[in-house]
Design a protein around this ligand. Structure first.
Ligand code: PMP
Length: 393
């Protein structure tokens, strides 16, 4: 039977990681994989997470099963963080998931259970895993234009023109902040225009929020999501705790669903059912730490402070790279680097230019020229800027 299996295309980013490891050059720079790194290239365990782990070790008396959909305390803490303290409790259902990836998958499954004819609308480009999961599910999807290659900013007119094709009951996937892979994001006014369109069409927004706190701040990064949640009767939010809590391998995420109050019970039950059919309980450890950090004032304050350090560090690197490129190119054509938000920027290099930077300068970025700003430091910013200019970008 297994000899009928066909080889799967390797994940491009993971393949790039392998090439990076195998490169003997000592001055190599990894701007590929989407993981936060500090100036020394480490991905540290955040202070508040370490402190919560110590407390948990002391007080945890059992590791028996929890609740199928996850603990209500986790749901409430996540909803408070994403939607604000006054979120509509009577309309919210929530599911603890295996990372933000699991939240996306369960959101797609829920949409399809509710509407077998659903089309999922996805930005072009988007996080490649969105597309591969949808293809694997044999789920219909359509792309909407998003990125203007010339200005490296959102092509809002094209996006709105494409979303004119949305039908009632379709799901429109939006990145809540820090768009992956481009780094280009909607303004709050544009979020308002998108909300108007979705209301008019009777479509359901699904917001992938994987980087809250990495862009303009914990509250600011949720502004678009909150605007949508305040305007639309039905919303899905797939939140990841991997980046902002630095707990990648704990696999912690949450799918939140706003419905009308009358549908809440069945919606909540369906979410639990989806976990049950897939893996039963989501892993507990990360969700428990997140709940502790969000609900304990001292842990929360320390976590927010460290998250700000992380965010400001990335903003500083953006400013430094943009300044360096301004000087080398004698133009402002790279200023988008400072305007983009989050861990990523798509700098608009061709695949050949990306390859040239890898061969000549040992600089590794994804083939679509997405680079991870957090992979830089004060020493490598000038090297990257020089390489970008030398490659003819
Ligand atoms: N959505 C987007 C846009 C992402 O970039 C990521 C992380 N690469 C995720 C979701 C999910 O991350 P995880 O499953 O590790 O929480």
């Amino acid at each position: 039977m297994f000899n009928s299996l066909k080889p799967q295309a390797p994940d491009k980013i993971l393949a790039l990681m392998g090439m990076f490891r195998a490169d003997p050059r000592t001055d190599k720079v990894d701007l590929g994989v989407g993981v936060y790194k500090d100036a020394e290239g480490r991905t540290p365990v955040m202070r508040a997470i370490k402190a919560a782990e110590k407390q948990l070790w002391d007080k945890e008396t059992t590791k028996t099963y929890t609740a199928l959909a996850g603990e209500p305390e986790f749901h409430a803490a996540m909803a408070g963080m994403v939607l604000g303290a006054d979120y509509p409790k009577d309309r919210l259902s929530a599911l603890q998931t295996v990372g933000g990836t699991g939240a996306c998958r369960m959101g797609f499954e829920l949409a399809r259970m509710a509407n077998p004819d659903v089309t999922i609308w996805v930005s072009d480009p988007t996080w490649p895993n969105h597309l591969s999961i949808l293809s694997f599910m044999k789920q219909d999807y359509k792309l909407y234009r998003y990125f203007d290659a010339a200005s490296r900013s959102v092509d809002f007119d094209a996006m709105m023109a494409d979303l004119e094709g949305v039908k009632a009951g379709d799901v429109v996937l939006l990145h809540g902040c820090c768009h992956n892979p481009t780094g280009a994001n909607l303004t709050i006014e544009q979020w308002g225009v998108v909300a108007d369109l979705l209301v008019a069409k009777g479509a359901i927004p699904m917001i992938d929020l994987a980087y809250q706190g990495f862009g303009d701040g914990l509250e600011a990064d949720a502004a678009g999501t909150r605007l949508i949640a305040s305007r639309l009767p039905e919303v899905m939010i797939a939140a990841s705790c991997s980046k902002n809590f630095g707990i990648y391998r704990e696999r912690t995420g949450c799918l939140m669903v706003l419905s009308d109050a009358a549908s809440k019970e069945v919606t909540q039950g369906t979410l639990a059912y989806l976990n049950r059919q897939t893996y039963s309980f989501a892993p507990d450890h990360g969700a428990r730490l997140v709940t502790m950090v969000l609900t304990d004032p001292a842990l929360r304050a320390d976590w927010e402070a460290e998250l700000e350090e992380v965010r400001n560090g990335m903003l500083g690197l953006r400013e430094a790279l943009a300044a360096e490129l301004r000087q080398l190119s004698n133009s402002d054509r790279f200023d988008f680097v400072a305007q983009h938000r989050g861990m990523f920027s798509r700098i608009g290099a061709s695949p050949e230019q990306v390859e040239k930077m890898r061969l000549d300068n040992a600089i590794y970025m994804v083939g679509d020229s997405r680079l991870n700003i957090a992979g830089l430091n004060a020493k490598t910013v000038p090297l990257l800027a020089r390489a970008i200019i030398d490659a003819g970008v």
